[in-house]
Design a binder for this molecule. Structure first.
Ligand code: AMP
Ligand code: TRP
Length: 331
């Protein structure tokens, strides 16, 4: 049976944090045998905001190492750097020409980033979702596993694919999104989404002592003012994390103990830390090993890029003919 194709991407900006991990990466790893997977480190997306040229290269490698350490298997999936396949930007131009400006101006991520980067509201920032749509449809992908913040972009990708198909003939599947059980992790302040651009995250490769310090001081259910007040796990970010890191038994117990004030937040955090580190420690070890063997990472990326280029060349040729810019001898 032919497997459905998955495409997803992550920006190599700063470190990979718990939100990325439980919102997306863990799902990528879980899905990689069931689907034909392509995972990309989207460097062209990352340069839409200010970045440091010197450390960018290392950030890209670091992202690749982290993905492999998390369990992305380059023997069964294709792992590659977006800019290694130039068809991504070529297709973006064509999709630009069928995307209404108004659709892009309505994107909440564009509005948020325009607020955060007032001094640098560049065209790339606005066009970001079209590049994302090109990433996905270039491989005729069916499924896109992402965190909740990306749903609007996937919806737009569907509209763009539909518009292309209507205008130029059936070419691209309309991809559907796939969410993890924990598609939105809040930051340590409990108020804003955990994100690389806000200093509210826990990096998955941070030393255990630092992770504990951040967890210890993170905001929980704010209505629970004293140790003996009953808490409400539904509105607590820590409980959301338990859902990703703890066993079913632990989750049930913590839920009850929090509601009845049998345990305080600090005990809940200790349990979470223990369960979290059990999962993160082997990842940290693997990442450290991969750092010592860069050829393994380079090799995986080169292989992924080669395989992706092969698909991209074929699809792009079909697209050029369909939109009428490849004049064929027998046409
Ligand atoms: P980014 O780091 O923006 O490239 O995001 C990579 C993936 O992580 C995307 O699928 C995002 O939706 C997901 N993601 C990022 N931040 C969070 C978060 N706080 N909670 C859940 N998922 C997230
Ligand atoms: N915009 C996505 C994010 O910030 C990253 C991304 C780029 C992506 N291209 C993609 C995700 C294609 C899924 C599919 O998280």
């Amino acid at each position: 049976m032919v497997k459905e194709r998955i495409f997803s991407g992550i920006q190599p900006t700063g470190v990979i944090h718990l939100g990325n991990y439980v919102g997306a990466l863990k799902n990528w790893v879980a899905l990689q045998d069931e689907y034909d997977c392509i995972f990309s480190i989207v460097d062209y997306h990352a340069i839409t905001i200010e970045y440091d040229v010197e450390s960018f290269r290392e950030s890209i490698l670091n992202a690749a190492r982290t993905l492999m350490a998390c369990g992305i298997n380059p023997d069964t999936c294709r792992l590659f750097i977006q800019s290694a396949v130039p068809e991504h930007t070529e297709l973006t131009w064509i999709l630009n020409c069928i995307t209404p400006l108004g659709d892009l101006e309505r994107m909440t991520q564009f509005k948020d980033k325009s607020q955060q980067h007032r001094g640098n509201i560049n065209v790339g920032l606005l066009d970001y979702p079209v590049l994302q749509a090109a990433d996905i449809v270039l491989y005729k992908s069916h499924v896109v596993p992402v965190g909740e913040d990306q749903l609007q972009h996937i919806e737009l990708t569907r509209r763009i694919a539909r518009r292309f198909n209507n205008r130029f003939g059936d070419t691209f599947p309309e991809p559907r999104y796939l969410l993890s059980h924990t598609p939105k992790i809040m930051g340590l302040d409990g108020k804003t989404k955990m994100s690389k651009s806000l200093n509210n995250y826990i990096g998955i490769l941070e030393p255990p002592d630092d992770i504990w310090e951040k967890l210890r001081t993170s905001v929980t259910d704010e209505n629970r003012k004293r140790r003996n007040d009953p808490g409400n796990p539904e509105i607590c970010n820590l409980f959301t994390m338990h859902k990703s890191f703890s066993s079913q038994d632990d989750i049930i117990t913590i839920n009850r103990q929090c509601r009845t004030a049998e345990i305080g937040c600090i005990e809940c955090k200790k349990k979470l830390f223990e369960n979290m580190m059990r999962e993160l420690e082997p990842i940290q070890q693997k990442a450290a090993e991969l750092k010592k063997t860069p050829d393994v990472v380079y090799g995986a990326l080169a292989k992924g890029a080669r395989q992706c280029r092969e698909i991209a060349t074929r699809v792009m040729e079909e697209v050029r003919v369909k939109v009428g810019i490849r004049v064929q001898r027998d046409a």
